[in-house]
Design a protein around this ligand. Structure first.
Ligand SMILES: [Zn+2]
Length: 395
């Protein structure tokens, strides 16, 4: 039982055998990550599904997630994926579970103006873009608090919301029943396979996430909720698990071969790796500070790598010639005493070197930087961790 109470059973298979596998540092909720001894689903306890919101700031630790800008990156990919199954204009009734700032529904409406949309979004601060628009009804609640209709929606968009819910399986069952028999579900959550990355410096087990799925545990959850999977997660995408599903038969969850052992090993390796990298980050941040004393250093990317560099590494951001970010500048004007600007502003910053503080968009940013300032010297997180800041770039 490992100190787990009777009510805290595995959300997927119902087992009481939850083994504590990772004690999350810096959590405001007192969260610990457990691995189910039967099915291998990784889940955090206690299951508090709501805490007071902290400031809108991209924290490097367990408090991350308050700025709420990330989902917009997935909109075009989602529309393209859905359109492979049915032309968008043929859908009649869509539900967006966790509509956030409305990036998906606004883009969907552009392509399919007649579609009626129910936007489920509990955060009243982000509704302004779509509240009161024609064909959009806002339901200002958490999905788990909504009494869903039966067989209404032929499209459900469920993107980066499931991992926040207290009881995803029962919630997904209600979503499945709310769909028409030929309905299409687009569902996406973070992929726990990300933890195998060797350059992580920021805490992955953030306070807002209670469930941490792998491809097998996510597919088992969908099947246990009554879905038939039409498109399984792409094994090459270690950042997100994306699934297309349609209502089918309920398939009771059971043991998943190898999953428990694999996930326990993954969490143990992650804890060790994170600790080592955070030490390397401290040394790297000091090198970067010295370097920034006599060279103009700009950081491109104001997300969690940047905040880790300051929060964990002890880097003084005021030493920078500037910080740019394609999205965060729209929501936050200043962080750690330095202004956050749009990428175009980089030319005025006259950098000698640009630290690209992003993993996922590293190549994309390099291309954009080269278009704005051809031939600019580039540093990566890997250079910082491996102590290559002063050497290669001080010419
Ligand atoms: Zn289980």
């Amino acid at each position: 039982m490992s100190g787990v109470t009777e009510t805290e059973r595995c959300d997927l298979c119902g087992s009481s055998g939850l083994a504590m596998a990772y004690d999350v540092p810096g959590t405001a909720r007192g969260l610990k990550a457990y691995v189910c001894d039967d099915c291998g689903l990784v889940q955090s306890l206690p299951r508090i599904d709501h805490v007071a919101r902290r400031s809108a700031f991209p924290d490097s630790g367990a408090g991350f997630g308050n700025i709420r800008y990330g989902k917009g990156f997935r909109t075009q990919f989602a529309l393209d994926t859905i359109a492979k199954y049915r032309p968008l204009e043929r859908f009649k009734y869509c539900m967006d579970v966790g509509a956030n700032r409305g990036s998906f529904i606004l883009a969907l409406q552009k392509q399919a103006p007649d579609i009626k949309i129910d936007a489920v979004e509990p955060d009243e601060r982000v509704l302004a873009e779509y509240q009161g628009r024609e064909n959009i009804a806002v339901i200002n609640k958490r999905i788990e608090a909504v009494a869903l209709p039966k067989a209404k929606y032929d499209l459900v968009y469920h993107c980066h919301t499931l991992e926040h819910e207290a009881h995803p399986l029962s919630s997904l069952r209600a979503v499945c029943e709310a769909m028409t028999p030929d309905g299409i579900l687009f569902l996406e959550v973070p992929n726990i396979a990300f933890l195998a990355g060797t350059d992580l410096v920021e805490e992955w087990f953030i306070d807002k996430h209670l469930y941490h799925y792998s491809a097998p545990t996510l597919c088992a959850t969908l099947e246990a909720a009554g879905f038939k999977i039409l498109q399984a997660p792409n094994p090459d995408d270690v950042t997100n698990l994306t699934v297309i599903a349609t209502p089918g038969q309920v398939k009771q969850a059971g043991a998943i071969a190898g999953e428990t052992v694999e996930k326990k090993a993954l969490l143990a390796a992650y804890a060790k790796n994170l600790q080592e990298n955070q030490q390397k980050l401290k040394a790297g941040a000091q090198n970067l500070m010295t370097f920034a004393g006599h060279r103009r250093v700009v950081i491109w990317g104001a997300g969690r790598i940047f905040t880790s560099l300051v929060d964990i590494g002890g880097f003084d951001a005021r030493r920078l010639a500037g910080v740019v970010d394609k999205n965060i500048h729209k929501y936050v004007s200043e962080m750690f005493g330095v202004a956050i600007k749009a990428p175009e502003a980089i030319t005025e910053m006259k950098p000698d070197v640009v630290l690209v503080a992003s993993r996922l968009y590293l190549d994309e940013i390099k291309v954009e930087l080269d278009a704005l300032m051809p031939g600019t010297d580039v540093l990566t997180l890997d250079d910082v961790l491996k102590g290559r800041v002063g050497e290669d770039h001080e010419k």
